[in-house]
Design a protein around this ligand. Sequence first.
Ligand SMILES: [Mn+2]
Length: 220
Amino acid sequence: MQDGLRAVAYPSIVAGGKNACVLHYTENTDKLRKGDLLLIDAGVECDHYAADITRTFPVSGKFSEPQRLLYQLVLDAQSAALEQIAPGIAWNKAHEASVEVLTKGLIELGLLKGKLKKLIKDEKYKQFYMHRIGHWLGMDVHDVGDYKIKDEWRLLEPGMVLTVEPGLYVPADCETVDKQWRGIGIRIEDDVLVTKDGYEILTHAVPKTVADIEAIMRGE
Ligand SMILES: [Mn+2]
């Protein structure tokens, strides 16, 4: 271990298949099955600062069509959220952007039925996306710091570090959606620094597009 890398920042989550739908699954004892996705949420501390990274990738190297469609949707939601990271933008904007993209995509794919605005207002997306976009990151993985000041969402400032981690989790027993979607859990999480002009993804070196993940799984 190189100097400065001291310990894991939190218990790793290594969740194959439907275990990825259990948000804090840390038993990490199940067998991985061909055709399933594997979600790994893991980070080490470096010079006492925590990292918190999640990637989801196919065990056998290639996404199935339903897995790819949901994965791309989560990635699109993350891109939309990242567009809301800049000084002066309220903390909740990234979350709202992720909710809008995910809800719209879930309608298009047929997992949710109804009008976008109403589904968002009624929080129907929460059956598949039940956590928020992220948290402050620093010397602790869920670092100290207010998210609201006097009832107003805090504005981002240069030097702040946060995670951007949308996800979709379709319970294995979810009878309101077509069978092909059930038991798929996906999260994509990067660590992001707010800069003077926008943001920098500190974890950019870890592949996350469908093409890059399938290439690395082929050993390229
Ligand atoms: Mn996190």
